[in-house]
Every structure is written in C-alpha cells, then in structure tokens.
Design a protein around this ligand. Sequence first.
Ligand code: SF4
Length: 119
Amino acid sequence: MGEGSCRYCRVYCDWVIDPAGCEDTGCANLYGYDDSEGNRVLGCLAGVFRAELDQRTLAQVRAENGGRFGALRAVRRPLPICRAVVERAYPARLEAVGCLNPEFAEAHAGPAFRVTRGE
Ligand code: SF4
C-alpha cells in the first residue's frame, strides 16, 4: 500500500490531504500546466497525491465548500507543509492495546520517536 496507508491491523489507516492547502500555502511542489483544451491542470511534484485536478473544478468546489476541497488519499507519507490527517476507516476496531504502528502518523520530516510498552 506504500507509505500513505497502514494495514498492520484491521483499522485501515490512510493519510489524506486537502489540495486546497496546496494552494493556500503556495507550496513549491504544486505544478500546473494547460492541457490541449486550455484547462489548467494541477498536481503534486512530490507525489503525495497521484490525481491531477482541474483548477476550475477545484475553485468551484472550494467556493461551495467554505474554502475546502475535500480529502484525497495520499500515496506516500505527506510532507510537513501538506494539509494532511490520518483517516481511520474502522476506528471502533482499535483495540485497547492501541495502535500497532504509531510511527505511521508521524510527520515525514518530524522528530523520530518510538512508542514502547513499559515494564
Ligand atoms: S507537497 Fe503537499 S502541499 Fe505541496 S503540492 Fe504536494 S500535497 Fe500539496
């Protein structure tokens, strides 16, 4: 599944990003080109999300949605600049012992830590 998803247990966690954040932060990884019909197409050079978005559609959805676009599944772990969260598909399956892979939710360039069980 790559770094964007964790399937260590039956909760099924995925990083998701809102591409509205890419515009709002002026991220240098946000590329754009005009397709053969003159539509501006946007994507992520860092490969955090794979989809390419029509800029007019993005603007229209944002205008109707309080500035947000909505979540796209990340195909790799997001960068600190990304507007990203971990979405859990089945949080009720999270057992009392807790997450089996807590490092999954670390920011990519964040400080490393490891959660271990105490004696
Ligand atoms: S690196 Fe993150 S903020 Fe930048 S374009 Fe890619 S997804 Fe958007």
